[in-house]
Design a protein around this ligand. Structure first.
Ligand SMILES: Nc1nc2c(ncn2[C@@H]2O[C@H](COP(=O)(O)OP(=O)(O)OP(=O)(O)O)[C@@H](O)[C@H]2O)c(=O)[nH]1
Ligand SMILES: [Mg+2]
Length: 329
């Protein structure tokens, strides 16, 4: 499930040939639920990164590639920044954020107008460390309740960021959901990037993540939608079979939970819940792949997988050796 940083990919233009189009990396960072995955999807015009109303939906970096007449941007959607107290999967998520913030040309910092500087502390700390130029984006401006909030929060946040030495080049108010206010943001972003060779030769390619990853994410998305507040966080997916040559494409996956009691809740009375999850996940995979799919789902217990480095690794969440120390706290 891990992806190589796209910076390692070889440039696609012959060495020595000057490029006349822009090329760069933009990391999308912020607290959980700020709308990071929503803005990525809005710009790519497709449901690449999963979005749910629950915080901490995104667990791993998701690279999304936008190629337009101006050039090519590789966006890096990241997990919501939070204080990872208990190591395990939370430490993995924060390591994903850190590695994404180490490399980009520019960071888009999404802020929910409902927030306050004290809630943004963990994000601000990482932005100080990252030493990259930042565009501060006040999202969710379609919500009436946010109008007054943003008036007060925007100058406050700009002041706090300046005091910390964070290079906020510009701030914008927008709505990722309604796709309002994206044009000035994109104009500024293109301006800030330099000409250079593309990292993805195929201008239609939208990610370097394998299809299997997106299939597992579509299943995880339905777990967030269909299960209560706690269980989705105790679930991980493994894709056991992906038969592309079958008609319809045959996919078999296992949902791993941490305890027996959770297994029962995912399956539901008479298997009703898993059936519902399977139906919705299948439809969403079919839309994503634009073809018919057979989806078989199993549920298994992998005791306390989210806290155990070996089990995390088994599920594709490879903790950095210093994972525990490298949390945002
Ligand atoms: N009203 C409104 N809702 C939004 C907007 N942007 C995102 N949302 C909603 O906010 C919730 C969280 O959106 P996500 O895109 O998953 O947020 P995220 O920052 O990726 O969250 P994590 O992955 O948990 O860190 C979803 O219910 C979105 O529909 C917006 O501009 N307006
Ligand atoms: Mg997200």
């Amino acid at each position: 499930m891990s992806s190589k940083p796209p910076k390692n990919l070889p440039p696609v233009e012959p060495a020595g040939e000057p490029s006349l189009r822009k090329s760069g990396f933009v990391a999308i960072a912020g607290r959980p639920n700020a709308g990071k995955s929503t803005i990525l999807n809005a710009l790519l015009g497709t449901e690449l990164s999963i979005v749910t109303p629950k915080a901490q939906t995104t667990r791993e970096r998701v690279n999304g590639v936008l190629t337009e007449k101006e050039g090519q941007i590789v966006f890096i959607d990241t997990p919501g920044i939070h204080r990872a107290r208990d190591g395990g999967i939370n430490a993995y998520m924060m390591a994903e954020v850190r590695s994404a913030l180490n490399m980009p040309d520019l960071i888009w910092y999404l802020v929910d107008p409902d927030s306050a500087p004290k809630h943004e502390e963990a994000v601000l700390e990482l932005l100080v460390e990252a030493k990259r130029p930042v565009l501060m984006l006040f999202n969710k401006n379609d919500l009436k309740r946010n109008f007054g909030q943003v008036e007060a929060l925007q100058p406050e946040m700009l002041k706090v960021a300046a005091e910390r030495g964070i290079n906020v080049v510009e701030s914008y108010r927008l709505s990722a959901l309604k796709k309002h206010g994206l044009a000035p943001l994109m104009k500024k972003t293109w301006e800030m990037l330099e000409n250079g060779p593309f990292h993805f030769a195929d201008e239609d390619q939208i990610s370097d993540r394998p299809t299997r990853f997106f299939v597992s994410e579509k299943i995880r998305e339905q777990l967030f939608h269909k299960l209560g507040d706690e269980i989705p966080y105790a679930c991980a997916i493994s894709i056991d079979k992906f038969q592309e040559d079958a008609k319809p494409i045959r996919i078999e996956a296992t949902i791993y939970v941490e305890r027996d009691s959770q297994k029962g809740m995912v399956i539901g009375a008479g298997g009703a819940k898993i059936k519902e999850i399977g139906t919705f996940a299948r439809k969403s995979i079919e839309t994503f792949l634009d073809t018919k799919v057979f989806l078989g789902l199993n549920v298994k217990v992998l005791k306390d997988w989210s806290k155990d480095a070996e089990r995390l690794k088994q599920l594709g969440y490879d903790l950095p050796k210093t994972g525990k120390k490298r949390t945002a706290s």
